[in-house]
Each structure stands twice: as structure tokens, then as C-alpha cells.
Design a protein around this ligand. Structure first.
Ligand code: 13P
Length: 251
């Protein structure tokens, strides 16, 4: 059985003290979330070690938002997978559309980063999703399938046990425009089919596929009711502990 997960991507928000307070608020409310729903938060790099202390013993997972595509050395400003593990991370988000769009993240680079992250023992939350132009041209299935193939077809069925996919249509991120449950479900089903083609139905069936893009307490229930939607990757609403936990209670 695949895991249900609600993950909060804080992006470039909160100072360290604010982040510690937010993490404490999430931990305080996490006890009310059924044990079959995994909670993960992804604060900025600067917060990770402090937030890890807050999360100790809570069952809430800690994720980075990115990692370097190099192991170590003279790469000023980069953060390695070993650093993330030593700071207490169990996960890293990779391939977020904001990184693809503003920081030149390519599928090739994502293969390298995913390999490094898995090698260090991290689980990877790999983001995929089409932009508005691509959707208007009806290319959403092709775009998302290519992203999945370009990255994940380089890995093994065993590796897939530590891969979470997040479908985030770019036009729905931070815009207040959510994909309808039907629009999200048909892409999630397509992602699972693309994974099944390579790894077999059993492996594909066990992969957690999250929806992201203006997911909030008011729409989470309808989205999470879909058969191939296993939770959410939450941006704005994850900056409020009440909203984040309400989303986690929406299964
Ligand atoms: P919003 O929930 O703010 O639309 O962001 C979604 C997202 O990009 C999560 O990674």
C-alpha cells in the first residue's frame, strides 16, 4: 500500500525564529493527524538543523527544497546531500518548477541530483508539471510523461521505493487557480501508467503521487478523494500550521 503524504514547501519564506515557531506549531497539531498520513515540512536550508531539533520524536519528516549536483568541494553557495543528511533531512524536493524556470534546472541535472540524494539515503520528492502554454496546446500529458521518463527511467525499481512524485501544474502554483480534481486525477493516472510501463504495475502502484498548486483546506478533500492522488505538496497554505494540518485531515 502506498503512503499518503502531505508535505509543506515553505519556499523562501520565514526567518529562522519564525520557521522554528511554525515547526513547533505543526508538531503541536500533528498528533491529531491519523498515523497513515505522513507529514513532511521543507523549510529553507538555513533552518534545517534548528527545525530538525523541533521535529525530533514527532514523526514529522524534514525535507530540503533542493540539493547540489556535486558531492563536495569548491562550489560556492551550494549545499550537498551529505550536508542535508547531517542536518537531519530525510527528504529533498527536486525539480520544482521555480527551480526549472528561474535556475536552469534541467532533467539531466535532476538525474544527477536524484542519484546523489538516493545514494546519501534521502527520499526524493520529484516535481513535474506543465506550464500554461503547454496546457493550452493540449500538451500536458506529453510534457509530464517526458519529465518522468527523462529522470526516473534512469533508476531501478528498488530506487522507486524512495521516490515520491509531485504533479504541480505551473499555472496553478501560487495563482489561486487549482486544477480541478478531474484535471489532476487524469495526469496522476498518466504518471502512474508511465511508471508502470517501465517498472511494472506493482511498483507503480506503490509510488506516492502528490498534487501541488493552490491546494488548501477548501479543496484538499475533493482532490485527495481521487484514486491516484495520494496527498499534496503545499506552498502558501503550509505557512499556516492550522491550514496545513486541516489539509492533512482531508483524506
Ligand atoms: P502553492 O500551494 O502556494 O500554490 O504552491 C504550490 C507549490 O509550488 C508547492 O511546491
Amino acid at each position: 500500500m502506498r503512503k499518503k503524504i502531505v508535505a509543506g514547501n515553505w519556499k523562501m519564506n520565514t526567518t529562522v525564529p519564525e520557521g522554528v515557531e511554525l515547526a513547533k506549531a505543526v508538531v503541536a497539531k500533528a498528533a491529531g493527524v491519523p498515523s497513515e498520513v505522513g507529514l513532511v515540512i521543507a523549510p529553507p536550508f538555513t533552518h534545517l538543523a534548528c527545525v530538525a531539533e523541533v521535529l525530533k520524536g514527532s514523526g514529522v519528516g524534514l525535507s530540503a527544497q533542493n540539493c547540489a549536483d556535486k558531492e563536495k568541494g569548491a562550489f560556492t553557495g551550494e549545499v550537498s546531500v551529505d550536508m542535508l543528511v547531517s542536518a537531519g533531512c530525510g527528504y529533498t524536493i527536486l525539480g520544482h518548477s521555480e527551480r526549472r524556470q528561474y535556475y536552469g534546472e534541467t532533467d539531466d541535472k535532476l538525474v544527477t541530483k536524484t542519484r546523489l540524494a538516493l545514494g546519501a539515503g534521502l527520499s526524493v520528492i520529484l516535481c513535474v508539471g506543465e506550464n500554461l502554454d503547454e496546457r493550452e496546446q493540449g500538451r500536458q500529458f506529453d510534457v509530464v510523461s517526458e519529465q518522468i521518463k527523462n529522470v526516473l527511467y534512469n533508476f531501478s525499481a528498488e530506487d522507486m521505493a524512495r521516490i515520491i512524485v509531485a504533479y504541480e501544474p505551473v499555472w496553478a502554483i501560487g495563482t489561486g487557480k487549482t486544477a480541478t480534481a478531474e484535471q489532476a486525477e487524469e495526469i496522476h493516472a498518466c504518471i502512474r501508467k508511465v511508471l508502470a510501463d517501465k517498472f511494472g504495475a506493482g511498483v507503480a502502484d506503490d509510488v506516492t503521487i502528490l498534487y501541488g498548486g493552490s491546494c488548501k483546506p477548501s479543496n484538499a478533500r475533493e482532490l485527495f478523494a481521487c484514486p491516484d492522488i495520494d496527498g499534496g505538496l503545499i506552498g502558501g497554505a503550509a505557512l499556516n500550521a492550522d491550514d496545513f494540518i486541516k489539509i492533512a485531515l482531508s483524506f
